[in-house]
Design a protein around this ligand. Structure first.
Ligand SMILES: [Zn+2]
Length: 198
């Protein structure tokens, strides 16, 4: 569940269910995938729904979780992962459960299966929650309400997409973002002189 206020996914069910709901959910989701050794889904201590936690330390640059797709989509929805300017996909496993942060400890890298792996941006300790910035994958974000509750010192205040990120933040994320986002920026930059001349 994302760190955002949402009317469609009430936090009350997650906090009321406690650990038993997490166990039930894990059993229902075809148990643990081998790609997800070292991570697990848990109810967050603050009662704000579920999070994906590291069960062992990861070094900066290490692959924390290997992503895989379970379906393609022709348009965006609240469960979709954007994989191209007008392409979305459904990821399996725990990837969709990783929460947003404006100061994330993970980035994403497209793998050979056209799915996103999670890569540690800095050292992650056992027991720490994995986070990434939704703007690393989505050019625009239309399906989340405005308020971000990530609690990071540099929180943007709302969960925004790539197009709204400051240039310094984009540079900071380096290669750990969806490759199509950089290509779209290049296209926009290439168009800009033409528009200015008109
Ligand atoms: Zn935030």
């Amino acid at each position: 569940m994302p760190h955002v206020l949402t009317s469609t996914l009430p936090d009350a069910t997650a906090s009321r269910g406690g650990s038993s709901s997490v166990l039930a959910e894990r059993e229902a989701s075809t148990t643990q995938f081998p790609e997800e050794e070292g991570v697990e889904l848990r109810s967050r201590a603050d009662g704000k729904g579920d999070g994906v936690l590291a069960t062992r330390p990861f070094a900066a640059g290490e692959t924390v979780m290997v992503g895989f797709l379970i379906g393609a989509l022709t348009d965006n929805n609240s469960h979709a992962t954007q994989v191209g300017p007008s392409r979305w996909a459904l990821h399996g496993g725990l990837g969709p459960k990783v929460n947003h942060s404006c100061d994330p400890n993970c980035g994403v890298r497209l793998n050979d299966g056209q799915a996103f792996d999670f890569i540690a941006r800095r050292a992650i300790g056992a027991g720490q929650e994995l986070t990434f910035d939704y703007a690393m994958r989505n050019f625009t974000i239309d399906h989340f309400p405005a308020t971000c509750l990530c609690g990071a010192a540099g929180c943007r205040g709302s969960v925004t997409g790539w197009k709204d990120l400051p240039a310094a933040r984009k540079a900071d994320y380096g290669e750990l973002v969806a490759p199509y986002l950089r290509l779209m920026d290049d296209d926009i930059a290439a168009q800009a002189p033409l528009q200015n001349a008109m």
